[in-house]
Design a protein around this ligand. Structure first.
Ligand code: DQA
Length: 149
């Protein structure tokens, strides 16, 4: 069971960027956290990818086809604008969970639209970096629904 964690623009600035909203931990901390949570959940591999470029994110989603069983994605600002990322998720049909560190539903009007959400089976918001652990747990449950029975 292999999962790919994709983060969009400015997530590499975690810890520096608006810490009142996104917290004090760095992107490095986030990667370490995802790898640990993934191992505890029984994933064989957790690959992490971050880019500030929409096309690079689309390329990565396409490259995941036939390689990864699940995707956790925080498209960051592209959440609210990118039909290209939505279409890429739909094209590969890999089960995906959308994550947002902040409670986007309580923020500005322009953050109320999510295109990526339309290709995700679950959305986690407002749980900080713990939201990624939660998303990986949902993905594990989705990929091996009878593991505990
Ligand atoms: C974000 C929320 C987005 O609206 C914003 O553009 C981000 C981060 C979040 O994780 O809370 O960059 O996706």
């Amino acid at each position: 069971m292999k999962a790919l964690v994709i983060n969009g623009p400015n997530i590499n600035m975690l810890g520096i960027r608006e810490p009142g909203i996104y917290g004090a931990a760095s992107y490095r901390d986030l990667v370490a956290r995802c790898k640990q949570a993934g191992a505890e959940l029984g994933f064989d591999e957790i690959a992490c990818f971050q880019s500030n470029h929409e096309g690079a994110i689309i390329d990565k989603i396409q490259e995941a086809y036939g390689v990864f069983d699940g995707i956790v994605i925080n498209p960051a600002a592209y959440t609210h604008t990118s039909i290209g990322i939505l279409d890429a998720l739909k094209a590969v049909s890999i089960p995906a969970v959308e994550v947002h560190i902040s409670a986007v539903e309580e923020r500005e009007d322009f953050r109320q639209v999510s295109y990526a959400r339309l290709a995700c089976f679950a959305t986690i918001t407002g749980e900080g970096l713990a939201g990624y652990d939660h998303a990986l747990a949902l993905l594990a449950e989705h990929l091996k629904p009878n593991a505990n029975t």
